[in-house]
Design a protein around this ligand. Structure first.
Ligand code: MTE
Length: 322
């Protein structure tokens, strides 16, 4: 997020695992009857990852869940992060997030629902079948990545709570523990990190509860043990290391809106036609692929997921509801 301009770290093209190579290996494995051995882990080992516990997921059948863009390398996806609880530089989360303890971990589901509950992370891992989905992630700062996430639709968990008719929005709260998260001692944001979605957005099958990436459990810096991936919105809507999910009647006040209301609205849908007050959102730089001086690639409406989610915003003024 831009409170100040970060020095852009631009990984080399050679760091990327071409998607064709990844798919070929997958097909070769399937031919050998080894598809369950998480071919993503191979893509990852090609780029130097592969050290965390395996978490394979079946190919997702959700429309739009598998984009055909080239994958970002594991090395880039796990070293160029925004996770302000661990510092504001892109390299800070990878350097400092080892202090985060991801067990025991519970998530409370509460508010306007008939069946609130506290879920242990290991119960959440078993709540629904794990799927692998390749999503674009577009950061509001103007860069993007393509990441193979592992998890399932957020709706699977939300439905279990039986939200009432008063549940118009869903609020997500991240852990804020000074003893584990050095950045929480700073005043850069008003902790804990809070985000929100309208209930129909949260229930959309593309809104994903994520436990892993590249066939493994999430590295801490990417939001272990569980986070959101809401691919048609700017990356900051996808809260990391979630401890509370609350159904509410009023629009939640997210941390970024609280910090700079003119710059970060509630909806934050990726939209090349609505500029951030300080920069255009018409183009983006794909991390690892587009060099610092390369022409930016055009940003797509709703990050390319318009066919799936455009209907959620029919009739809304997207300049006003930015
Ligand atoms: N969640 C928390 N709790 N704290 C954060 O600072 N940063 C957000 C989002 N979720 C953030 C967060 C932003 S700005 C982005 S772009 C994405 O996480 C980055 O996710 P990634 O590091 O896995 O690419």
């Amino acid at each position: 997020m831009l409170i100040r301009t970060p020095a852009l770290h631009e990984p080399r093209t050679s760091d990327i695992t071409p998607r064709s190579a990844y798919l070929n290996r997958r097909e070769a494995l399937a031919g050998l009857g080894l598809a369950a051995a998480s071919p993503l882990a191979l893509a990852q080992s090609a780029s130097g990852g592969g050290k965390l516990a395996k978490l394979p997921g079946a190919h997702s059948a959700v429309a739009g869940a598998m984009v055909m863009d080239k994958l970002t390398s594991y090395a880039d996806a796990s070293s160029y992060n925004n996770f302000y609880e661990f510092g504001t530089d892109k390299a800070d989360p990878a350097s400092h997030a080892h202090t985060l303890k991801t067990r025991p971990w519970t998530v409370s589901v509460e508010g306007e629902c008939a069946k609130p509950g506290r879920y242990d992370i290991d119960a959440l891992l078993k709540l629904s079948a794990m799927e692998e989905r390749i999503y674009r992630l577009r950061c509001v700062e103007g860069w993007s990545m393509v990441i193979p996430w592992v998890g399932y639709s957020l709706a699977e968990l939300l439905k279990k709570a039986e939200p009432t008719s008063k549940a118009k929005y869903v609020e997500f709260t991240s852990l804020a523990d000074k003893s584990q998260m050095p950045g929480v001692r700073s005043g850069v944001l008003d902790w804990p990190y809070i985000e929100g979605l309208r209930i129909d957005e949260a229930m959309h099958p593309l809104a994903m509860l994520v436990f892993g990436m590249y066939g493994e459990v999430l590295p801490n810096q990417n939001g272990a043990p569980l986070r959101l991936a809401v691919p048609w919105k700017y990356g900051f809507k996808s809260a990391k290391s979630i401890v509370r999910i609350r159904f509410v009647e009023k629009e939640p006040l997210s941390s970024w809106t609280k910090a700079a209301q003119q710059e970060y609205g509630f909806y934050s849908n990726v939209n090349p036609n609505v500029s951030h007050p300080r920069w255009s959102q018409a183009g983006e730089r794909r991390i690892g692929e587009d060099g610092l001086f390369a022409k930016k690639r055009p940003t797509l409406m709703f990050n390319g997921y318009e066919a799936q989610v455009g209907q959620l915003y029919a009739g809304m003024d997207l300049k006003k509801n930015y």
